[in-house]
Design a protein around this ligand. Structure first.
Ligand code: ZN
Ligand code: MN
Length: 483
């Protein structure tokens, strides 16, 4: 019998504010070390913190989007410990009255690892949240052979700590949770939520037990998980390691382990401190926050939940689940689609062009949709030319390639220049007549039932046309004459 796996996640998400949590220093990344610092974030004695209102609002907004509640007053606490990257010797954080309580993160189907999407154990699962609190980041240490360097640019950056209940049961669910949370944070525009850039950091708590009625086993915390694959692999590894040890009668102890990505194993760091080891107490420098007025400010900013958006796209626009999922995975992409979409063009065609051609081109050139050079209106102009028969779908792709590199030009002008003009009806008629006259054998064959040869004749007309007519228009004319 395999043991039951219980997983809880703690995610630190860096808020995307311009300035730090308790001072006016910039949060910009990549500046020279120790240039974005001041007495507050360097922890000078006597320096007093000033709250970053936007950071508080963004945390409350995230909480609303995830269905959290908030205490009437939220409070600041000091978490005391010594570490060189934190010269105050305490982290200003929130213990008993965090900004957000409860709520949950829905696991979206397309957020599971690709190979696990066909066998989702609990569809539409919502992972309950315990809390979201706001705190400050520490400095960044770099350890060299004989010295260590500390960069305080990151110290004091606002972090949301998002803590789940122990609701997850597998590596796949943990993966889906993180990816789903990432989408929600990006949709709310409260965090870049990029794991690779370090603005989303994840710790996994994992324990095993024999049956549901047993108390939860001693939990092991995994640290240093900085990619989706590391999260999945480390959980597999840890399930196997704990299963093996428990099988040999070795009891697990509450501890923290580091994931070594190269070796593909977790390594013991320390046995875990309990909360009381940190001697939390209310921060005497900061007043509690009355949450109600701030909640009213952010309530109108809560984005449409992704699942409602997906069903709206299906119901209102007739899109497939797949199309709707792709388009709603990025708020900029969804906006782009909605701004391109028009009643004159079937939404399915617009979605197809965006997903297959636009996204493909953006990917090739490593441009994000937010920086797409072609504005929605120009794409709509292009699709209208397909809709009115001026351009065949393949021709539209060619025009799009040119448009992408010179987006300031008019679509019609590009199409004209490339010879994609509707050949005048009379002109096209006489061309068709001419080709029919020149190819009596093929014409006879078509009339005898070999419809495939229509394509051959279409090709002939296309070649002799002065412009590049829409092949469909030519085929239709030939059919009308011959069949
Ligand atoms: Zn500062
Ligand atoms: Mn924390």
């Amino acid at each position: 019998m395999p043991l039951l796996v219980t997983i809880g996640l703690e995610v630190h998400a860096q808020l995307n504010t311009d300035t730090k949590m308790f001072c006016a220093c910039r949060t910009s990344f990549g500046d020279d070390p120790n240039t974005n610092t001041c007495p507050v974030c360097l922890g000078y004695p006597g320096a007093l913190p000033v709250l970053n209102k936007l950071a508080i609002e963004k945390t409350l907004l995230t909480g609303l989007a995830l269905g959290c509640g908030s205490p009437e007053f939220s409070r600041w606490d000091r978490k005391n410990y010594f570490y060189p990257d934190m010269p105050k010797n305490y982290q200003t954080t929130q213990m008993d009255f965090p900004l957000c309580l409860g709520g949950g993160v829905p696991l979206f189907d397309d957020c599971y690892p690709t190979d696990a999407r066909k066998s989702i154990k609990t569809p539409n699962k919502i992972v309950r949240l315990n809390r979201i609190h706001l705190e400050e980041d520490v400095a960044k240490s770099t350890h060299l052979a004989t010295t260590s360097l500390i960069d305080f640019n990151r110290a004091g950056t606002p972090l949301m700590e998002i803590v789940t209940e122990p609701d997850l049961e597998s590596a796949e669910e943990a993966f889906a949770y993180l990816r789903s949370l990432q989408l929600v944070l990006q949709e709310c525009d409260t965090s870049g939520a990029d794991l690779e850039k370090g603005n989303l950091r994840c710790d996994v708590n994992i324990s095993l037990r024999e049956k549901e009625s047993d108390p939860l086993g001693a939990k092991v915390e995994l640290k240093n998980l900085n990619s989706f694959s590391a999260i999945r692999r480390s959980i597999y590894y840890e399930i196997e390691r704990q299963t093996e040890e428990l099988g040999m009668g070795i009891a697990q102890i509450q501890s923290t382990r580091r994931w070594n990505d190269e070796l593909g194993e977790t390594q013991m760091m320390r046995t875990k401190e309990d909360a009381h080891d940190y001697r939390y107490f209310p921060c005497p420098d900061l007043l509690p926050i009355a949450t109600a007025p701030l909640l009213e400010i952010v309530r109108p900013l809560v984005p449409e939940p992704r699942l409602s958006k997906i069903s709206r796209y299906q119901n209102d626009f007739g899109l497939t689940t797949y199309d709707a999922s792709v388009l709603t995975a990025d708020r900029h992409l969804a906006t782009f689609f909605e701004e391109t979409n028009t009643p004159e063009i079937p939404a399915k065609k617009t979605a197809n062009f965006i997903i297959n051609n636009l996204l493909g081109t953006l990917n090739e050139q490593s441009i994000t949709i937010a920086d797409c050079p072609v504005p929605p209106k120009k794409l709509r102009d292009l699709l209208s030319l397909v809709e009115n028969g001026t351009l065949a779908p393949n021709q539209a792709k060619e025009v799009f390639t040119v448009l992408f590199s010179s987006p300031q030009r008019e679509v019609k002008a590009i199409a004209d220049e490339m010879g994609f003009k509707p050949t005048s009806a009379g002109e096209l008629d006489s061309l068709v007549d001419q080709i029919i006259a020149e190819n009596p054998e093929e014409v006879a064959a078509v009339k005898a039932g070999n419809e495939k040869l229509i394509n051959f004749l279409t090709g002939k007309v296309m070649k002799s046309a002065p412009t590049k007519p829409n092949p469909k228009q030519v085929t239709d004319l030939l059919r009308a004459r011959l069949l």
